[in-house]
Ligand binder design. Structure first.
Ligand SMILES: Nc1nc2c(ncn2[C@@H]2O[C@H](COP(=O)(O)OP(=O)(O)O)[C@@H](O)[C@H]2O)c(=O)[nH]1
Ligand SMILES: [Mg+2]
Length: 332
């Protein structure tokens, strides 16, 4: 016997989705009535320039459970925020209006509502292929570096989330109007101690309309929003600024260290080693040796160990980069 919710608000952000609205609502009406005793379906028109609004209003006129909210174009985050405010029931579900997700899978999320406050989908694989898969990974690293984002969250911006209205009340107001909205929402919910469950979901290719999720404008906006969002986390901002300042100091010291090392070696040895190294010509130099083993040994001996200043600086730089990158792999 499947679990059924007492009440559920479902909303979809729509931006120029005129070909998707009808199949979307048909599919939603097929699934949602089985999932909750009380429900509403909200269509958020985010300043579409095509017939999305007209079609949505026509549909809503025929069914009182369907509502339309229309606004000037504010971006993906702006559309989600409107949905979060408008949704009135105990649980709130949202997905994209382009039918890339399988609405039948909401049931899988509902099964986890007993012990959790947010049940979020993660895409087993992304329908658009490698480029978007890469963007998901980059976003993960980005979030970890800038916000120390919880590493257990597999797919931050997967548009298939079921959230308690109580969580939304707690985390709002949200600041982001673009792609960083999911980062902000999940981070605030996590920091407030709400419980998460994650469920694998199917991701399909768009049948109609065009995706703008990886456009340059969207990415630029996300970078801007990261800086703005950091203002909400002053401790993290201070940590990042200190690290960055240290990194700049090391970079400035770098040429100084190089010239000290240069002075420690005679000019002839220096040039000969560089020239040979660039020519990948190791065998001619009796000092560098002819076998790989000898080569490695003499490189360590001559280039690294002699140049302690250089090495120290290099280690500091590596430390800085690895603190940022390693943070990504550490739990929490
Ligand atoms: N790109 C974009 N999408 C919006 C906007 N407002 C609402 N959306 C909706 O956000 C969802 C995701 O957009 P999409 O371009 O498919 O992104 P992708 O799935 O990441 O490629 C769709 O349902 C859009 O209709 C907006 O201003 N820009
Ligand atoms: Mg899409």
């Amino acid at each position: 016997m499947h679990k059924k919710l007492k009440s559920l608000s479902v909303f979809f952000p729509l931006y120029n989705e005129e070909s998707n609205v009808i199949p979307l609502v048909e599919k939603a009406l097929e699934e949602i009535p089985h999932l909750a005793n009380e429900y509403e379906i909200i269509l958020i028109n985010d300043g579409s320039t095509d017939a999305t609004l007209k079609i949505a209003l026509e549909i809503a006129e025929k069914n009182e459970r369907i509502k339309v909210v229309s606004q000037e174009n504010r971006g993906y985050g702006g559309a989600l925020k409107t949905g979060f405010y408008t949704a009135k029931y105990e649980w709130v579900f949202y997905s994209d209006g382009d039918l890339q997700f399988e609405l039948g899978e909401i049931q899988k999320l509902i099964e986890h509502t007993e012990e959790n406050d947010l049940i979020i989908g993660y895409r087993k694989s992304r329908a658009e292929g490698f480029k978007r898969e890469l963007i998901t990974w980059l976003l993960k690293i980005w979030n970890k570096v800038f916000f120390d984002f919880p590493g257990f969250i597999k797919d931050t911006d997967c548009a298939f989330k079921l959230i308690k209205k109580e969580v939304l009340n707690k985390v709002m107001p949200l600041q982001s109007n673009g792609g960083l909205i999911s980062t902000e929402l999940l981070l605030k919910a996590y920091n407030s101690g709400f419980k998460f469950a994650q469920v694998p979901v199917t991701h399909k290719k768009r049948l109609y309309g065009n995706s703008t999720g990886d456009s340059l404008a969207v990415i630029k906006k996300a970078v801007k929003e990261t800086v703005q969002l950091l203002n909400l986390f002053p401790k993290r901002k201070k940590f990042l600024m200190l690290n960055f300042a240290w990194f700049v100091v090391l970079l400035l010291l770098f040429p100084v260290a190089l010239s000290i090392n240069y002075m420690q070696n005679d000019e002839y040895t220096h040039y000969r080693m560089v020239a040979q190294f660039l020519n990948l010509d190791f065998t001619l130099d009796p000092y560098l040796g002819s076998t790989t083993h000898e080569l490695v040994e003499s490189l360590i001996g001559k280039i690294i160990l002699c140049r302690i200043t250089f090495l120290t600086l290099l280690l500091h730089c590596l430390k800085f980069v690895s603190v940022l990158c390693l943070g990504f792999f550490l739990p929490g």
